[in-house]
Design a protein around this ligand. Structure first.
Ligand SMILES: [Zn+2]
Length: 248
């Protein structure tokens, strides 16, 4: 019965729409359904010489998160409430219960909120993974390059908490903007406008370490470049100096 209704509905759709409408619909779906890993990899971009070594594990959990959402709450911290990234296991967990709860507070679709949290955690994962470094040190002696690479592999804990969260939030914001700019249909453009609005709402619910001012124009390429410099030890991983340098 259900299947018949589905087939009938599909037939109707095919009869009523042009082939172009149907392709537009498929393009919209493809735009929105891209995995956080692929989106975030694009944000980092191969031309910057930062490549994720491998994909993190991703799971959806029905368990209670470490920090539960309470009533009358003004802070809904992304990590440990909606999702988390465990660098030791290289594993992302999304907490479905609190995603449901938070989306009813933000009056948005749980799926949309899940995309945003997934991107935030994926940003942590890509910052943390062991990168290949290319281009940056092309003119260096090989021995020096080897030394830098070795250091890079062990220094992800150089980032202080505020910078770590700011970077994840900026990269998530830029990922949504990038997706909006490359959207193939009006429909998917509108979806990404909605996602950017949800991001802003979620951002307002964050503790100060997470909260970014998206009215400031900090370019994606500068952010990615700064991560690279921190990882090779040429720039401090503390928020205060980063915040000065990133605006020069
Ligand atoms: Zn985070």
């Amino acid at each position: 019965m259900g299947f018949c209704v589905f087939v009938k509905a599909k037939e109707k759709m095919i009869q009523k729409n042009t082939l172009e409408d149907i392709y537009n619909f498929m393009d919209s779906l493809a735009d929105v359904q891209e995995r956080p890993y692929n989106i975030m990899s694009k944000v980092f971009g191969n031309k910057h010489g930062l490549n994720a070594g491998k994909r993190p594990k991703e799971t959806l959990s029905n368990e209670d998160p470490p920090i539960k959402i309470k009533e009358d709450i003004e802070i809904i911290q992304i990590d440990e409430t909606l999702g988390q990234y465990d660098p030791k296991e290289d594993k992302i967990t999304i907490f479905s219960k609190s995603i449901e709860q938070a989306s009813s507070i933000f009056k948005c679709s749980p799926k949309h909120l899940m995309i945003i949290v997934g991107l935030h955690e994926m940003a942590h994962a890509i910052i943390n993974v062991k990168y290949e470094i290319r281009n940056l040190t092309a003119d260096m002696e090989e021995i020096e390059f080897g030394y830098l690479l070795e250091r890079t592999l062990e220094d992800y804990n150089k980032f202080d908490k505020k910078l770590y969260e700011h970077l994840a939030q900026w990269l998530t914001f830029h990922a949504l903007k990038l997706k909006k700019n490359e959207a193939k249909t009006q429909r998917s453009k509108e979806t990404f406008d909605r996602l950017i609005n949800i991001f802003d709402t979620l951002n307002r619910y964050q503790p100060h370490e997470y909260r970014i001012d998206t009215s400031q124009n900090i370019q994606k390429d500068r952010i990615v470049e700064s991560i690279k410099l921190i990882k090779i030890g040429w720039l401090s991983g503390s928020f205060v100096p980063w915040n000065v340098v990133i605006r020069w």
